[in-house]
Design a binder for this molecule. Structure first.
Ligand code: CA2
Length: 149
């Protein structure tokens, strides 16, 4: 059975691997996308992989995912800590949602400790580097199997 997962990325994640490697590592967003597609292929999951610096793009893609996706992995980046609108859009989705952060947001500045998304997510991954993305997909594969049963 083929399933679709939207992997959504928020502002400045297009800079991944190009700046601040001490915090975010050396992998680029293209590398992360390739990792996601490799894991997706192993589980017969079609990956829709997107990044935007604009909040409204992310909201529109979440609404698209609500209609078309069986799971969502999202790194809302700085909008994690600010956006009620992204939380509301995710709340309207019935599929499992995994929140991903490359860095351990709880070991950083206090303004990064609160997430508007965590309490409506099935799970949260933080501090695993870019490895968090394939881990999120592995977990979504399990959760989507449970929904299908
Ligand atoms: O750790 C994460 O994945 C974050 O979601 C990344 C966000 C940050 O605002 C969150 O608190 C935690 C920032 C993404 C910016 O990514 C950059 C990557 C390379 C260079 C500069 C920024």
């Amino acid at each position: 059975m083929s399933r679709t997962v939207y992997v959504l990325n928020g502002p400045n994640l297009n800079l991944l691997g190009k700046r601040e490697p001490d915090i975010y590592g050396h992998e680029t967003l293209n590398d992360v996308e390739a990792d996601c597609r490799r894991i997706g292929a192993q589980h017969n999951i079609e990956i829709v992989f997107r990044q935007s610096n604009a909040e409204h793009d992310l909201i529109n893609w979440i609404q698209e995912a609500r209609e078309q996706a069986d799971g969502i992995a999202i790194n809302p980046a700085a909008y994690t800590h600010t956006s009620v609108a992204i939380r509301d859009a995710l709340s309207a989705c019935e599929c499992p949602i995994i929140e991903v952060h490359i860095s351990n947001i709880h070991a950083r500045e206090s303004f990064r400790h609160h997430s508007y998304v965590s309490s409506i997510a099935s799970g949260v991954i933080a501090g695993f580097g870019t490895q968090g993305y394939p881990i999120a997909l592995e977990r979504l594969a399990v959760l989507m199997d449970q929904v299908a049963k």
